[in-house]
Write a protein that binds this ligand. Sequence first.
Ligand SMILES: *[C@@H]1O[C@H](CO)[C@@H](O)[C@H](O)[C@H]1NC(C)=O
Length: 282
Amino acid sequence: MKYFSFALLILAVNCANRTYSDDDARKIFYPLAASAYGNPKDCVSKWLGGQVIRQITIPCDVFSDDTCSGYTAIAPDKRLIAVVFRGTTTDEQLIAEIDETLHKKVQLGKGNVDQYFYEGFQKIWNAGMKDDFLSQRSRYPNYNIVVTGHSLGGAMATIAANFLKINYDLDLQLMTFGEPRVGDQAFADDHDARFGSSTFRVTHHNDIGPHIPPQFVNFQHHTTEIWYNNDMTTADYSTCQGQEDPLCSDQVPLSKYNITEHRLYFGVNLDDWVSSGCQKAL
Ligand SMILES: *[C@@H]1O[C@H](CO)[C@@H](O)[C@H](O)[C@H]1NC(C)=O
């Protein structure tokens, strides 16, 4: 009995049963993810009192004018180190993403992830994000690590979270917005074994993002989806069960998939939030 309780305690600690916080999403994760769509410096300072270490933007190789981008930041008041990825800047890139995902997967952990997402992450990581992150990590070993991104950026954030856990065994918090499916069933299971139900995939109403690539080309979401079946102006959401909860965004029919809602979370449009001085509070 004693050993049984002990085992349960270890399980509880390891799975870090975090619950979703709408407040953290609005005040920490989404401002970070949205700031990636421009020069994040002023917005990260304004909304988190934080400092951007470096933003890295490099060719993604799908189209010649295509870039992948991410940045590292610290927020001393909130005691966190942030690793953030930008999503698609054009609908063409989103379409390319869908198209590319019908192609190859590469191994990550015990599963397989889309090659385009994986290479996007690897390029940003190896172009300097790794050095920036590791130096901040050794400088502030007690800060929480938060990993986030929207759309393609959410896919890269999920890959980064798994990569960091596998290679550095770091405790971290992952929250994404409008994340597409990242890998196969084995990857979704491996992710869930690693993080329990404590990583969050926020989805907005009929956003098309979470529906691509489709399950019939062997892609599967990881746990836990947080679905706002509304305009996201209030903390009104469902905490979904498992990987593909039929009572959450999975129930949205194809005819309703909406690209405007993909770029509009918490009432903030990603295309002009940073460039207009990130005035709007979340
Ligand atoms: C897509 O979403 C926007 C914002 O919610 C809405 O105004 C628009 O009517 C939707 N488009 C379609 C085709 O449903």
